[in-house]
Design a protein around this ligand. Structure first.
Ligand code: FPP
Length: 246
């Protein structure tokens, strides 16, 4: 697995709380953006809705449209992989109506969008504990992953029922179940054992991430916001713990 050189952008709806974050690897061959892997915490949906006197779920629905726009822009920028944080293992603690609404929205969006995503060369992958989701969602996700597995234009990782700590635990469990010799356990093995991917998002890969914050709430996030984030990334000198880049 390529060394992850992550880039995070986070949107702040106000100065006190984070809205969204993005992380990226550098590409093997530089694309327009110079970013390989972009990861986003899609935060601020609730505040967006509340400002409009709408139920929180309306914010999540608008968030799906923002995701569609962002994916298009990521393709235009030749980004190889986009990871989005759609439902964390902590989100089960939200009110039942919101949890159910998010589950339904996830399922509906997969079903309504998958053919188009497939036609456009998107490879969909799921990160997180799939088996704790409803059978309908499990099937929709698995079918979509299978359908798109050979697509190469862009990878879309949807982190749903995902937690970075849970992911590390799952990776360790897998390593033990495989009966590995302790001496054979390396950073590379851990990074591949559980599709390791900060708020508990991409903990492993964020080791050398760049962070970016924007005041834009996720449902308002658009191409210009993404381009501003990418511009900021390009201006940074990345040293990865060394004195100079080589
Ligand atoms: C955080 O905003 C956002 C979420 C917990 C859900 C994000 C989910 C989506 C955009 C849709 C998922 C569907 C697909 C198809 C991927 P928040 O509710 O914490 O906002 P707040 O900070 O303003 O309260």
């Amino acid at each position: 697995m390529a060394r992850l050189q992550n880039y995070f952008t986070s949107s702040k709806g106000n100065s006190a709380s984070q809205s969204q974050s993005i992380t990226a690897e550098q590409p093997a061959s530089e694309g327009i953006s110079g970013v390989r892997h972009l990861a986003i915490i899609m935060d601020g949906n609730g505040r967006w809705a509340t400002k409009r006197h709408l139920p929180r779920l309306a914010g999540h629905k608008a968030g799906v449209n923002a995701l569609r726009r962002t994916l298009e822009c990521a393709v235009d920028e030749h980004i190889e992989m986009l990871s989005v944080y759609a439902f964390s293992t902590e989100n089960w603690g939200r009110p039942r109506t919101e949890v159910e609404g998010l589950m339904r929205l996830f399922w509906e969006t997969i079903r309504s969008d998958i053919e188009k995503l497939h036609r456009e060369g998107v490879r969909l992958r799921h990160l997180g504990r799939l088996k704790d989701l409803s059978p309908d969602i499990q099937k929709a996700v698995q079918d979509s992953v299978d359908l798109t597995c050979n697509n190469i234009r862009i990878g879309l990782n949807v982190c749903f029922n995902y937690g970075g700590r849970a992911e590390l635990v799952d990776a360790v469990r897998q390593i033990i179940a495989d009966g590995r010799d302790p001496e054979s356990i390396s950073e590379e093995l851990i990074s591949t054992a559980g599709e390791m991917r900060v708020s508990n998002f991409l903990l492993w890969q964020s080791a050398y991430s760049e962070y970016y914050a924007t005041p834009t709430l996720w449902p308002d996030f658009g191409k210009e916001d993404l381009r501003a984030a990418l511009d900021s990334y390009r201006r940074r000198q990345r040293r990865f713990g060394r004195l100079t880049t080589s």
